[in-house]
Design a protein around this ligand. Structure first.
Ligand code: ADE
Length: 342
């Protein structure tokens, strides 16, 4: 890889870049929010969240001051909710340090909650035009193909090696475009699934895997651990036009979000009926709503859901649909169940 190849990449980017909302701003706050949202979520899904989030929380001060429930409601459906909590923690920390904006040095920004090397590089290069590379899975895929590198691309030492290589090519005048052009190449040309569009690629002439037709062998996949399947029974307690939800524990998966009560094993309709009688619920009927599945990064939930029509409320939050939809953050796993009763 030579400087001229980077010029080709930048030229390709200037012609082919997508028109994305966060590409029209230099505001480090907005760029930070976009990068955090984009970390595990598709661009198309992020667009809407990004806009709504910035209307309600337009700056660091409003983010630091927002209640956790409101914040999680804004994040509802995006997943990986610790990202949202870290955003708020980070905003609080920045303000407590006496800054009005995210700091613009690598040392300071890396010590903030939720900001790892990728996000630090993205913010510093995109918002502050500094020569700090942002290396994520997309960049590593491109590099593993260009160099036919079969090492484990998730390894820190391998990433460090490429970090120095990329840094050596960065210049302040195009630091932003440098970062975004790699992102764009990974998204539009050097595709992860399906066939990469090598004929359109600005790195075609230096790409070893293109030369040897081995693109699909890179990056080399390590055996991934299989996702654990967790069986569940979900109870949707309905009293008149209200539904019962409760807050989850404050640690672990989906911490502090809301949920329908559930048990960690699957029950048949008859078993649910007996269970409700044993637990002294006053109900008139119970019916099976269906089987629902939700995939998280490390576990998969297989849920049997039941609606229980109650004669009498018990203690806790019985909410009308409008309140559930506007005020409480139900994670997608439970929203799937909720959509069916809607
Ligand atoms: N993925 C991560 N960062 C991105 C960005 N700035 N634009 C598009 N996709 C991205």
């Amino acid at each position: 890889m030579k400087e001229n190849d980077i010029v080709k990449l930048l030229n390709w980017y200037s012609i082919n870049k997508r028109n994305l909302p966060w590409r029209h701003t230099d505001d480090s706050y907005k760029i930070w929010i976009s990068e955090v949202m984009l970390q595990q979520t598709r661009v198309e899904a992020v667009k809407e969240y990004y806009h709504r989030f910035l209307v309600q929380l337009p700056d660091i001060e409003s983010l630091a001051a927002v209640s956790e429930d409101n914040l999680l409601k804004l994040w509802e459906g995006l997943g990986y909710y610790s990202r949202a909590r870290n955003l708020k923690k980070c905003a609080e920390k920045v303000l407590s340090l006496g800054y009005k904006k995210l700091p613009n040095t690598e040392e300071e920004i890396k010590n903030l909650p939720g900001i790892g090397p990728y996000t630090a590089g993205a913010i510093l290069s995109i918002a502050y035009h500094q020569c700090v590379p942002a290396i994520d899975g997309n960049v590593m895929r491109i590099l593993s193909r260009v160099f036919e590198d079969s090492r484990d691309m998730l390894k820190k030492s391998v990433q460090e090696e490429y970090r120095s290589l990329l840094k050596s090519f960065m210049k302040e005048k195009y630091a932003r475009d440098f970062t975004e052009s790699f992102i764009e190449l990974g998204a539009l040309i050097c595709l992860p699934n399906g066939t990469p569009k090598c004929l359109e690629c600005p790195f075609r002439s230096i790409c070893k895997s293109y030369k040897h037709h081995t693109m699909l062998n890179y990056p080399v996949k390590r055996n991934k651990k299989e996702r654990k399947v967790e069986e569940k029974t979900v109870f949707v307690f309905q009293y008149k036009n209200t539904f019962f939800i409760q807050k989850r524990n404050n640690t672990g998966l989906l911490a502090s979000l809301y949920e329908f009560p559930n048990e960690a094993f699957k029950m048949s309709l008859e078993e649910v009926n007996n269970y409700l009688l044993q637990h002294n619920y006053f109900f008139s009927s119970v019916f099976y709503l269906g089987e629902f599945r939700h995939i998280f990064s490390h576990v998969e939930w297989h849920m049997n859901a039941y609606v229980i029509l109650l004669n009498q409320k018990f203690k806790g939050l019985f909410l009308e649909k409008e309140d559930i939809e506007t005020k409480y953050s139900l994670p997608t796993a439970f929203l799937k169940v909720y959509q069916k009763i809607k």
